[in-house]
Ligand binder design. Structure first.
Ligand code: ADP
Length: 288
């Protein structure tokens, strides 16, 4: 069982943007969802934990390893899948994984071959192993990305915005793969897609403007909102009026008309109906 602890972590970029504002969090094995809109600071936090950039103050540790002071030690236990997993032209899936295994210090050829074949099977790409990764679909590339992140038995795997650009089938396969590997390790999944977290994570945090605005289980935070979310289909030209008079947490178009969700302790108005809140309601409530 591994534990990741982050205490009072802060980072301000030279342009004055405070991307991390006194972050505190403790994460154990399993899949942890880090949810936030674009610009919330998720990548800044992920890059700091992946030892790719420094913080101004605060601490972060994985068990007894001080991540900020001993980046080399942490890297031995880290699997990182960045937003864009770039690949060399023409290289096959098998060659790519073999190459990364060498970089991660697996020098024994037989051991490497066995590992690479095992990983190719695990991510369901064994039959594609001799094809160029460049021609792979987005979902297949992400699975190669997970395979490379698993090399070296990591204790901590960081996955940054993994499902952006995947079609629903690919996204599903990728989710199953993550759920499968998450039993033995800490996986932090950073995303702005609420369903990714609902489907996969037993614990989560919501980040906005560099701050953690919620930490806990998706279910607890949804329960807190029960009976307080109301919906109504309105006319397009009424939106501003509703936004002035009610706490509108979201609006989306349904069959050409806005469907609004409103936060209220009691039924706000004729025509509103109560809805069972979901994580998206939570998300918009926390970041507005
Ligand atoms: P997210 O991953 O949640 O979209 P980021 O961590 O990428 O958020 O960005 C958080 C904030 O920091 C944003 O306002 C972004 O513009 C800013 N930012 C990110 N990287 C840099 C950088 N290298 N220099 C200056 N500002 C940055």
């Amino acid at each position: 069982m591994a534990t990741l602890k982050i205490c009072n972590l802060s980072k301000t970029y030279p342009n004055g943007v405070k991307a991390l504002d006194n972050i505190n969090i403790e994460i154990s094995n399993g899949m942890f969802g880090l949810l936030g809109p674009n610009g919330a600071g998720k990548s800044s936090l992920m890059r700091t934990l992946a030892t790719l950039q420094e913080a101004d103050s605060g601490t972060a540790s994985l068990d007894d390893i001080d991540i900020l002071k001993n980046p080399t030690e942490l890297r031995k236990l880290l699997g990182y899948l960045p937003q864009e997993f770039g690949v060399y032209p023409k290289i096959t899936a098998q060659q790519l994984l073999d190459h990364i295994a060498i970089l991660k210090g697996i020098t024994n050829g037989n051991e490497r071959k066995e590992l690479v074949n095992y990983l190719l099977q695990k991510v369901n790409l064994y039959n594609e192993r001799s094809k160029s990764v460049k021609g792979f679909s987005g979902g297949m590339k992400q699975r190669v990305g997970i395979a490379q992140a698993l090399i070296g038995n990591p204790k901590l795997i960081i996955v940054d915005e993994p499902t952006a650009g995947l079609d629903p089938g690919e996204r599903n396969r990728f989710h199953n793969l993550l759920a499968d590997v998450s039993e033995d390790v800490i996986i932090i999944l950073s995303t702005h897609i609420v369903e990714d977290v609902t489907e996969l994570c037993s614990n989560m945090a919501i980040m906005n403007l560099g701050k953690m605005v919620y930490q806990g289980s998706p279910q607890n935070v949804i329960n807190d909102l029960k009976g307080k979310v109301w919906q109504k289909i309105i006319e397009r030209n009424e939106i501003n009026e509703y936004k002035t008079n009610f706490t509108v947490i979201s609006d989306k178009m349904v069959a050409g008309k806005p469907l609004i969700h409103v936060l209220s302790e009691t039924n706000p108005d004729n025509g509103f109906e109560s809805v069972i809140p979901d994580l998206e309601d939570v998300f918009f409530t926390k970041i507005n």
